[in-house]
Ligand binder design. Structure first.
Ligand code: LLP
Length: 439
C-alpha cells in the first residue's frame, strides 16, 4: 500500500469513493476516522457516507434537470431504515420487490404514491397490502400476474395502476446472474408479445395501464445496452399508443455500475444526457420518466471494517483470516465479485516491521467459498484493521445468519456526525422466533 500518503494532512480519496479517503495515514469516511469507529463499535462494521449517497443521487438529478422524472431507489441494494430515510428525505421514490420492503419504506417515512412494485412473484397478500397503501405503480411481469392483480384490485373496489415489464432482449454484458434483459431470463414479457398483452391489460376491469418498464441487468458499465434497450422500448411505446392505449410514463429500470476494480461506468448525468438525446430525437422527450437505480446510489458510499484475527502462512497460499465473512459480504462467494481491501492505517504507521505478502483474505465460516479477496498484497498482522470497499450495495441486504453469526453494526456518517442505524445482532435476537419443544 505504498501509494498511500502518510504525510500528516495529505488527503487521498480512494478511486471511485469520493468520501472515503486517507487523511495522512488514517482512513476516514467523511470527517470520521474509521479506526475510532472500530474501537467504539467493534467489528465487523458497516459505515455509510450520507454525503456520498446524496452526491450519487445528485448526479441523476442533474441528468434529469428540467424533465418530468421520478427516481425510485431500488431498495434491495440496501434496505436499512437509516439509508431509506436519507433517500425519502431527499424526495426519492422507491422500487420494492416484497411486502416486507413496502413496510420498510413506510416505516422510514417514504411516500407510498412514489413506490413502484417490481418482481415476478408477487403474492395476492402483497398485492392487497400495496393497493391498500396506495402505491404508484405495479410493474407486472406476466399475463397470469395481470389476471390475479385485476382480481385482487376488484375485490377491494380499486383499480391497480400497472406498467408491464418488457424484456428488450439486449445483452448488458455483465455477470450472467445479474443480467435480466435477455430472452432466457425469467423477467418481463417477450418483446413480440407485448402489444397483445397491453391490449389484454387494458381490457381488465381492475387495472389501469399507466406505463411501460424494462430493466436489463446490473453493474452495467457501458452506455450501449441502455441505448439499445431504449430503442426497443420506444418502438413498443409507439405501437402501444397507436393501438389507443396511452402510456403516462416510461421506466428504464436501474443497473448502472460502479467502480469496484478499475471499472469505468459512465457517470449518471453523462449516461442520461445520451439517453435523453435519443428520447428527444424520437419525440418522447415530454414523457414522464422513471428509473430504479440501486447500486449506483449506495455501493461506493459504504465500507465494511473488519479486524485481522489470524495470519496463517500456508505451503501454497497465505491466509489472512478476518472477522467479516460470507454471511456479511456474500458477493465474492456468489458472483466471484471483487471488493478492494485496504488497511485502515496506511504504512508505515500500522506495520513498520510487517512485510508485505500475498494473501487470500477469508472469513471464519466453515466453507471454502468463504473468501472475501484472493491474492491480495497486504502488510498485516493479527489485530490490524482492514476496510472492504464498495460494500454499500448488496452486502447488508443480502447478509445472513449462517454459522449463527449476528449481523454487523451499521453506522451512517454525516460530516463529523455518526449515527448508529443498526445495532449488532445478538444470538438472542437470532433465536427470538424459535421455540424449544417437549421431546
Ligand atoms: N430494478 C429491478 C427490477 C431490478 O431487478 C434491480 C436489481 C434494480 C432495479 C436495481 O439494479 P441496480 O441499479 O442495483 O443495478 N445481488 C447482485 C445484484 C442483483 C440485482 C438485482 N436486480 C449483486 O450483488 O451484484
Amino acid at each position: 500500500m505504498s501509494q498511500h500518503p502518510t504525510t500528516p494532512g495529505a488527503v487521498q480519496a480512494l478511486p471511485g469513493h469520493p468520501f472515503v479517503a486517507y487523511h495522512g495515514a488514517e482512513l476516514q469516511v467523511e470527517d470520521v476516522r474509521l479506526s475510532r469507529l472500530a474501537g467504539e463499535h467493534g467489528t465487523p462494521l458497516f459505515v455509510y457516507s450520507k454525503t456520498s449517497m446524496l452526491a450519487a443521487l445528485a448526479a441523476y438529478q442533474r441528468g434529469f434537470a428540467g424533465r418530468h422524472a421520478q427516481i425510485c431507489y431500488a431498495m434491495k441494494a440496501n434496505s436499512s431504515l437509516g439509508v431509506l430515510q436519507v433517500f425519502a428525505t431527499a424526495g426519492c421514490g422507491f422500487d420494492i420487490v416484497s411486502g416486507g420492503e413496502l413496510e420498510r419504506v413506510l416505516a422510514a417515512g417514504g411516500d407510498a404514491a412514489k413506490i413502484i412494485f417490481s418482481g415476478v412473484g408477487k403474492t395476492r397478500g402483497e398485492m392487497r397490502q400495496a393497493l391498500q397503501a396506495g402505491i404508484g405503480c405495479f410493474n407486472v411481469e406476466s399475463e397470469a400476474e395481470l389476471d390475479v392483480l385485476s382480481e385482487v384490485a376488484e375485490s377491494l373496489a380499486l383499480r391497480a395502476p400497472v406498467s408491464i415489464r418488457v424484456n428488450p432482449n439486449v445483452d448488458p454484458k455483465t455477470h450472467p446472474y445479474i443480467s435480466t434483459g435477455l430472452k432466457d431470463n425469467k423477467f418481463g414479457v417477450a418483446h413480440e408479445d407485448t402489444l397483445r398483452i397491453y391490449q389484454y391489460a387494458a381490457s381488465l376491469k381492475g387495472l389501469q395501464v399507466v406505463g411501460i418498464d424494462c430493466h436489463i441487468g446490473s453493474q452495467i458499465t457501458d452506455a450501449t445496452p441502455y441505448l439499445d434497450a431504449m430503442d426497443r422500448v420506444l418502438d413498443l411505446v409507439t405501437s402501444i399508443e397507436a393501438s389507443g392505449i396511452a402510456l403516462a410514463h416510461i421506466d428504464f429500470g436501474g443497473g448502472l455500475g460502479i467502480n469496484y476494480n478499475n471499472d469505468t461506468p459512465p457517470a449518471a448525468d453523462a449516461l442520461w444526457a445520451q439517453l435523453l438525446r435519443k428520447l428527444d430525437e424520437r419525440g418522447f422527450g415530454q414523457k414522464k420518466l422513471m428509473i430504479e437505480p440501486g447500486r449506483s446510489l449506495v455501493g461506493n458510499a459504504g465500507v465494511c471494517v473488519t479486524e485481522v484475527l489470524y495470519v496463517k502462512p500456508g505451503e501454497h497460499k497465505n491466509f489472512c483470516i478476518i472477522d467479516a465473512a460470507m454471511n456479511d459480504l456474500p458477493r465474492p462467494a456468489m458472483y466471484q465479485a471483487f471488493h478492494a481491501i485496504v488497511p485502515l492505517l496506511a504504512e508505515p504507521t500500522t506495520a513498520p516491521n510487517t512485510p508485505e505478502a500475498r494473501y487470500d483474505v477469508v472469513g471464519p465460516i466453515c466453507e471454502s467459498g468463504d473468501w472475501i479477496g484472493r491474492d491480495r498484497t497486504l502488510a498485516v498482522k493479527a489485530g490490524d484493521h482492514l476496510a472492504v470497499l464498495s460494500t454499500g450495495a448488496y452486502c447488508m441486504s443480502m447478509s445472513s445468519n449462517y454459522n449463527t453469526r449476528g449481523r454487523a453494526v451499521e453506522l451512517l456518517v454525516d460530516g463529523a456526525q455518526v449515527h448508529v442505524i443498526r445495532e449488532r445482532e445478538s444470538a438472542a435476537d437470532q433465536m427470538r422466533l424459535e421455540r424449544l419443544v417437549t421431546l
